[in-house]
Design a protein around this ligand. Structure first.
Ligand code: UDP
Ligand code: MG
Length: 309
């Protein structure tokens, strides 16, 4: 029996990119003489992406699409792809051509050599990548690695190949808002990574603004560690220790009857500790919120239509 490779592509307002990436991937697989399927997951696009997918499907029988009822986020789109992929290996990549399709043969070769996961990481060759890395990634991964138990490499992309045994595990995690960058590392097995140089977007604009990136960072951090909860304990101890230093001054004032003026310092202290407590409450709130969302067991996505039987 021939090997089948599934390519999963999340799509959110990528109407112009759909024909481009479909053709590039088809060209790659024609060279490889491997069976393949491309599963586009339309994550509630508001442009003509769905029409573009229906057009693409007519031209190539290997193209499938799943269309959500609204935007559920990229990770849930990937999850839907995992649910329906039939391949012996699954490749996930972005729709905007930033993940070069020419790398696919290399991903497959490394898989055939026995790797269950072949991931990719950005190499800073051009200015575009440098800007992105310097800003968000480096700090983000440092923080995650420091605070959690899985080691993530800097610049890891959502462009990777997964063996079907790994896909089966990811499918059964049932995590609310799965953070795949961490989860893929967490499953273990033999893994290897290859560098790639990200290209500029073929068309359209990025779907992640600064607000979304901060949300993603918090998501990544809190889904892999409970260490932030310890911050309260450390800070509590530190400030208790600090406050002891204040004692000699209090005793001195008491003995010598000096009037304790210092309204400003009192207020500053109150404001400072008020802020600190709110911050810690916020951290606990995030974890509580995760429990809440998880306990509801809502479906991770809702399919409006698809052409997979
Ligand atoms: N995407 C998605 N749902 C979203 C946001 C993005 O499916 O809510 C898709 C998007 O269409 C693209 C991929 O995720 O295929 C990566 O998005 P983008 O290129 O905007 O991210 P960036 O490369 O700027 O990090
Ligand atoms: Mg992109």
């Amino acid at each position: 029996m021939n090997m089948l490779i599934s390519v999963i592509i999340p799509v959110f307002n990528e109407e112009l990119n759909i024909p481009i990436i479909s053709n590039s991937i088809a060209a790659v697989f024609e060279q490889l003489t491997l069976d393949y399927e491309i599963i586009f997951v339309n994550d509630g696009s508001t442009d003509n992406s769905l029409q573009a997918l229906k057009e693409a499907e007519k031209t190539n029988e290997n193209i499938y699409y799943i269309s959500f009822s609204r935007n559920f986020g990229k990770d849930n789109a990937l999850l839907a792809g995992f649910d329906f992929a039939k391949g012996d290996a699954v490749i996930t990549m972005d729709a905007d051509m930033q993940h070069p399709p020419e790398l696919i043969p290399k991903l497959i070769a490394l898989w055939q050599q026995g790797n269950a996961v072949v991931y990719t990481y950005r190499e800073d060759k051009n200015e575009y990548a440098k800007k992105i890395n310097q800003l968000s990634s480096t700090l983000f991964y440092r923080l995650i690695n420091h605070l959690s138990d899985v080691d993530l490499e800097d610049g890891i992309a959502d462009y990777r190949l997964l063996d079907k045994k790994v896909v089966a595990i990811l499918n059964n995690l049932h995590e609310d808002r799965p953070f795949f960058r961490g989860l893929v590392k967490w499953v273990g097995f033999q893994q290897t990574g290859i560098p790639y140089t990200p290209q500029a977007r073929a068309a359209g604009t990025t779907k992640y603004n600064h607000k979304a990136l901060v949300r993603l960072a918090l998501q990544g951090l809190t889904s892999f560690s409970v260490k932030p909860l310890n911050i309260a304990i450390y800070l509590g101890f530190s400030f208790s220790a600090l406050s002891i230093c204040y004692l000699p001054y209090v005793i001195y004032s008491l003995l010598y009857g000096k009037a304790i003026s210092g309204w400003a310092s009192t207020i500053v202290t109150i404001v400072f500790f008020g802020g600190l407590q709110l911050m810690i409450l916020g951290i606990m709130g995030i974890y509580l919120g995760k429990l809440f969302m998880q306990s509801k067991q809502r479906p991770k996505y809702i399919i409006d239509e698809m052409n997979i039987r």
